[in-house]
Design a protein around this ligand. Structure first.
Ligand code: HEM
Length: 491
């Protein structure tokens, strides 16, 4: 019975596609399997690398795939991504349905919402607190957490990962809920980390068997090919906890009048006012909960940069926000980090609203669109020696650089571009500048007691997540340590 349904869906999709596209061709792609289409052809791990290989093999920056009636294309060049997702943005502003994330227990959240009224309300509420000018209000929190992070790294170098986790969690929990996180062992850090891992290792968004064929979400999860349904159900409590627990704690704070300017507190005040006046609340309490969780989930040749930091600061103080403008090379280091390892190598997929034609290729309505950001950032025709970490590549030729363009796409494209871009960039810049001023990071010591280079390992199941690695971490100098201790003592 199940097989018959699959055959009917596959036949129906093929016939309607042939009818609609007339003489236009679909973008090319590798051969598919009978019934399953490309389901087993695309690898779960590091799919972006395989897509990049296929783009070369089929000599096309746009590739087409389908399975169980679900169609998707992959954009492997910046040119196609800008043309479709930016210039024709209105037609590509939708998202596919994220069935696996529904199964994981997500409430309505901006990132996964389909294009429509609910989406517009969420974006209207969530965007203003994160505009370029508004994020300046979080500068104090960010600098404070950068200092705490660097002190933690120096005091406990073997567990540098916990200090970095604390940095990102403490900033977003303060902004979203007004919560203070008191150290790397805080249960809030664990909670946010679990939820980020649940999403980050769940595979490229909208690519599970449930996303391709939603009825499979009702199958028993012990079946051998339902690995990702098992994953979704295992991690469901983590998503439910991150949505519920900080929200409840934030409401308790509000009751005890320890109110902050946090996102939740200000939205609850709006909600209460409307409620008292008998006005409709389009942004419901469930929406506030989901939006705050979104902020939490959504929310890195250093010696040369160190030299720049030293020149700007001298050695008698630690970086402040005023210094950031004078650290152009440090900014390039950050850009090169984005380029080498984009956090979401296949972005977060968009979906097309209506049929379209690009370079003579037919793109049907409701096609899922993945920008292969990793391929764009490793394009040899744009970046010479793309696997080399080389921040100078962006400098003009007369300054010893290569005049290459800054990477585009790490924060997405078009109407769905990341709302947290400015917040994230500021956080990373102040952390990087503070690290450069206070910490020396080198290769770990090998058996002969000498620094030994190695390649860190990555998890590429979904987001690109570097696995914890050992490094030799020391304070840069007694003076920088004393400055750090003095500043963190008074926090
Ligand atoms: C380095 C950190 C971050 C990176 C690399 C990143 C990257 C991205 C990407 C690739 C997208 C998809 C854009 C698209 O669909 O084309 C996105 C969307 C989004 N990001 Fe971020 N993000 C970061 C930090 C943040 C932070 C701190 C927040 C919270 C304030 C945030 C909130 C969002 C939201 C709400 C969306 C969905 C926008 C929509 O669908 O309309 N992000 N982000």
């Amino acid at each position: 019975m199940g097989a018959a349904i699959v055959i009917i869906i596959a036949a129906y999709t093929t016939i309607s596609l042939v009818k609609k596209r007339g003489r236009l061709r679909l973008p090319p792609g590798p051969p598919s399997e009978p019934l399953l289409g490309h389901y087993r052809v695309v690898p779960l791990d590091a799919a972006f690398k395989q897509y990049n290989e296929w783009a070369k093999e089929y000599n096309s920056d746009v590739l087409f795939f389908q399975t169980f009636g679900t169609k998707w294309i992959v954009l492997n060049s910046l040119r196609s991504a800008t043309e479709l997702l930016d210039k024709r943005g209105a037609n590509y502003a939708d998202r596919p349905r994220f069935v696996m994330f529904e199964e994981m227990g997500w409430s309505p959240t901006l990132t996964w919402l389909r294009w429509g009224d609910k989406y517009h309300i969420h974006r209207k509420v969530l965007q203003p607190p994160f505009t370029k000018s508004k994020v300046g209000e979080y500068a104090g929190i960010q600098r404070r957490q950068a200092l705490i992070c660097c002190k933690g790294i120096i005091d406990n170098p073997c567990d540098w990962v916990s200090s970095v986790r604390l940095f990102s969690v403490a900033i977003v929990l303060k902004i979203a809920y007004g919560l203070d996180v008191d150290g790397p062992r805080s249960p809030w850090v664990r909670l946010a980390e679990d939820a980020a891992n649940a999403v980050g290792k769940s595979g490229a968004p909208a690519s599970s068997i449930m996303d391709r064929f939603p009825a499979t979400r009702y199958l028993p999860d012990w079946l051998p090919f339902m690995e990702r349904l098992r994953y979704a159900r295992t991690w469901r409590p983590a998503i439910q906890d991150i949505t519920r627990l900080p929200f409840e704690a934030s409401l308790r704070d509000m009751d005890s009048t320890a109110e902050s300017g946090s996102f939740v507190h200000s939205r609850i005040r709006v909600w209460q006012k409307n409620h008292e006046k008998g006005l409709p609340n389009l942004f419901t309490l469930e929406d506030i909960k989901g939006a705050a969780a979104t902020i939490t989930i959504a929310g890195n040749d250093t010696r040369k940069a160190q030299g720049e930091v030293d020149r700007v600061l001298g050695k008698d103080r630690l970086p402040t926000w005023e210094d950031i403008a004078n650290l152009p090379f440090t900014k390039l280091v950050l850009q090169e980090t984005y380029r080498m390892n984009p956090l979401s190598p296949l972005g977060i997929p968009h979906a097309s609203v209506a049929d379209d034609v690009y370079n003579g290729m037919f793109i049907p309505k409701s096609t899922i669109v993945y920008p292969n950001v990793w391929a764009m950032m490793h394009d040899e025709s744009v970046y010479r020696d793309p696997f080399r970490f080389w921040p100078e590549r962006y400098l003009p030729e007369d300054q010893g650089g290569n005049g290459e363009p800054l990477p585009i796409g790490n924060f997405g494209f078009g109407r769905r571009i990341c709302i947290g871009k400015h917040l994230a960039e500021n956080s990373l810049l102040i952390l990087l500048a503070t690290m450069l001023a206070t910490v020396d990071i080198d290769w770990p010591l090998g058996p002969q007691g000498r620094p030994t280079p190695f390649e860190p390992e990555w998890s590429f199941r979904g987001q690109a997540i570097v696995l914890p690695f050992k490094a030799s971490i020391t304070s840069r100098s007694a003076k920088s340590k004393a400055l750090l201790d003095a500043e963190t003592d008074v926090l």
